[in-house]
Design a protein around this ligand. Structure first.
Ligand code: GDP
Ligand code: ZN
Length: 446
């Protein structure tokens, strides 16, 4: 029993590896009191700082520092937790970790503390993910969003939706047993009204979540335009370095050039497409197919034109297939003489060569990413959250059809599917392999 207790006790250096004033070794599990006894000579009083010697099993002094003991269940993981704050050097930290291992703890996997917090009901899954996202935040806005998710703002919205769905399902499933009343149940428009209200709420949450997702993952931007309009030059301007080949010969960029730049700490994934023309050339045809694909996946498409002959858009056909409105940018104003900046019609004039108008373009991109607006209403979201919201939306749309068809069983089934999708966000129903995937991407000691 004691061995089992020790084996389920995990330890890790929770601070970054390297030199630092303070380093923290964190231990969680039922063997914590024994480990404290061996290392400190006693179990520290709950939730009080104890200044103490830290000793190895053989009594050798390893360090001196602060020990903190959080008895279960009032700890981050919900288990007994011990934190040893020692001097933040590699050797000291490693020796402290080794000492806990000698007392029977094992090294924690990445994210295992958070995983235990989730499994013990201290956090839901979206909150646990927010911890990792907060740590990985590349901007103040992203950190703010992650913090809101960690506080449970996102989860609360989801839980409210789930609650409404449960009520609706109960109402409808109760009606299924009484076939005569079933007709009345769906005919007064009340059910459809409730489903529509749910759909509206999901729509709103989706857009707020999407903003957080953009802040975290960055925006995917595709540059299209005829050969020689200055796509590569613009990319270089934004990146501040020489990534793409710039040459005066049309059609130099033979394939897609991918680059990633940071705009206010936010990743921007840019693809410079091959200059396209109507062509019978097989290689170029493949290029068009690739361009079509990346354009359909982009968050923003920038259509670049030479301001001296702006009618020259080779991708007109591709652009008409786009679901999002592209940004029209007219380049080479140093040659055309047009003033730099964004017009009320939404056309941006600039020169990739002189840099005029580039600041306005960056402003535009910042706005697109939600960097310039207050991120109050937003929360951090991951791809899987957006997918789950979309799935729920689809199920609710299907359910509306079944209201019209007066088909209670299928209606109830769609509502169940919507609830299931939403529950995956908070982890009420989540497969083990998904959990493993989520927590393994965390850092050690968290
Ligand atoms: P791409 O084929 O669309 O990628 O075009 P490039 O970036 O390779 O540029 C084609 C040519 O136009 C090069 O000679 C660039 O130096 C030139 N060019 C690009 N942008 C500007 C600009 O704003 N002003 C001027 N004068 N020349 C430019
Ligand atoms: Zn180019």
């Amino acid at each position: 029993d004691e061995l089992e207790a020790a084996l389920d006790t995990i330890a890790a250096i929770a601070t970054p590896l390297g030199r630092g004033g303070i380093g923290v070794v964190r231990v969680s599990g039922s063997a914590v009191p024994q480990i404290a006894q061996k290392l400190l000579g006693k179990t520290p009083p709950p939730r009080q700082a104890l200044y103490s010697d830290f000793r190895a099993g053989n009594g050798e002094l390893l360090d001196q520092g602060i020990a903190l003991f959080f008895p279960a269940p009032h700890s981050f993981t919900g288990e007994h937790v011990l934190e040893l704050q020692g001097h933040g050097g590699l050797v000291v930290m490693d020796q402290l970790l080794q000492a806990t291992l000698e007392c029977g703890a094992r090294v924690a996997r990445p994210g295992e503390f958070s995983e235990r917090a989730f499994l013990n009901g201290k956090l839901d899954l979206a909150q646990a993910e927010a911890i990792a996202d907060l740590i990985d935040s590349a901007s103040v806005q992203a950190a703010r969003c992650a913090l809101r998710s960690l506080q449970g703002v996102f989860s609360q919205h989801i839980n409210e939706l789930v609650q409404l769905l449960i009520e609706l399902r109960t109402y409808i499933e109760a009606g299924i047993d009484f076939v005569e009343e079933e007709i009345d149940l769906l005919s007064d428009g009340m059910v459809a009204q409730k489903i529509n209200a749910l759909l509206q709420q999901i729509e709103l949450i989706f857009s707020q979540a999407q903003q957080g997702f953009l802040l975290k993952e960055g925006m995917h931007l595709v540059l299209v335009g005829a050969p020689n309009v200055g796509k590569s030059s613009l990319l270089n301007r934004l990146a501040g370095r020489e990534t793409a080949i710039v040459t005066p010969i049309a059609g130099t960029t033979r394939d897609l050039v991918r680059d990633q730049i940071l705009l206010d700490g936010m990743p921007l994934h840019i693809i410079d497409t091959a200059g396209l023309r109507e062509t019978e050339d097989i290689v170029e045809k493949q290029g068009i197919e690739r361009t079509r694909r990346v354009m359909s996946e982009a968050d923003l498409v920038i259509v670049l034109l030479d301001d001296r002959h702006p009618e020259d858009v080779a991708e007109t056909e591709l652009l008409q297939q786009l679901k999002i409105k592209p940004l029209l940018v007219r380049n080479k104003i140093d040659l055309s003489g047009h003033a730099a900046g964004l017009t009320p019609e939404g056309v941006l004039y600039l020169s990739a060569k002189t840099g005029e108008g580039i600041a306005e373009l960056k402003d535009y991109l910042r706005r697109q990413m939600g960097l310039s607006v207050q991120s109050e209403g937003h929360f951090m979201a991951r791809r899987r959250h957006l997918t789950a919201l979309s799935t729920a939306k689809e199920a609710l749309n299907n359910s509306l059809n079944y209201v019209q068809l007066r088909h209670s069983e299928l209606l109830a089934e769609e509502l169940r599917l919507a609830q299931l999708a939403l529950s995956e966000i908070t982890g009420a129903f989540t497969a083990d392999d998904l959990l493993g995937e989520i927590f393994s991407s965390f850092c050690i000691g968290k």
